[in-house]
Design a binder for this molecule. Sequence first.
Ligand code: GGG
Length: 326
Amino acid sequence: MTHDIAVIPGDGIGKEVTPAAVEVLEALEIDFEFHEAEAGDAVQAETGEALPEETYDLAASADATLFGAAGDTAADVILPLREAVDSFVNVRPATAYPGVDAVRPETDLVFLRENTEGVYAGHEDRLSDDVSTLTRVVTESASRRLAEFACDFVADRDADGFTVVHKANVMRETDGRFRDAIADVADEHGVETDEVLMDAFATRVCLDPDQFDVVVCPNLAGDVLSDLAAGLVGGLGLLPSANIGPERALFEPVHGTAPDIAGEGVANPAATILSAAMLVEYLGYDEAGMAIREAVETTLEEGPRTPDLGGDASTEDVTAAIVDRL
Ligand code: GGG
């Protein structure tokens, strides 16, 4: 069976780490057909469109998509691409690896980030020279759909339950609805939950990440808190993600374009290669996914390592080491 994979490197280091992940996928004994397409700042400068229609259509029809990074055009690229695969949840594991200098080496968390609404839904207006507004949308249906996924996810992970992060003491209507809908679904499934206010979560996860396992968050909170967790495990170069929809999915590193190092060939490819591991697992190849993870873990532990992890290796050196260890 051939799997059609859309490959959208985007901008900045996306153009370096995405080919690295494709190289790893090509080393597997799985029949992939890769279809590359453009999106982002560079194509917008050339054509006036950050997300050409053919790129959107490709993501909406491929079996899975591998995406790199978006810069200034993130809102015009990432959000429609997530919509193209009808993704309602962004799965973001934050794991500390042996050999990597982590602030909290005991960290092993997974964020399940609501992926369709909240303040990310883009309902912004400029009312006057002085006033801009944003309408925040939270629906019962999206919150319940996320909760159904979370219940299945904790069963697959053999986790005790999950933590709901919110700010319902202030955003009583929107986060209150989010919290209550999720608690209701968890109850129906007999899944245990606890709840933590998102500001308190930020402190508690820094002091003792071990108290959390699966964390369910509204959209923006999931974006911010997973980057915070990246700081606990050794940096953004280590966090993969999967945007899951009912029929297709899009995989991307959590990091952005990293303009400070783009073009130097030293970006850490681990986050994108780990995203590729999630992609093959999504397609049903658990052993291949595990093989990629083990090759990445051994490389993080034994080297070579890119400069963000204290090494001096290039993206290509690290990718070659991972492919060798597969
Ligand atoms: N690889 C994903 C990427 O480009 N991240 C940068 C970014 O702006 N992310 C926002 C988000 O994930 O919603």
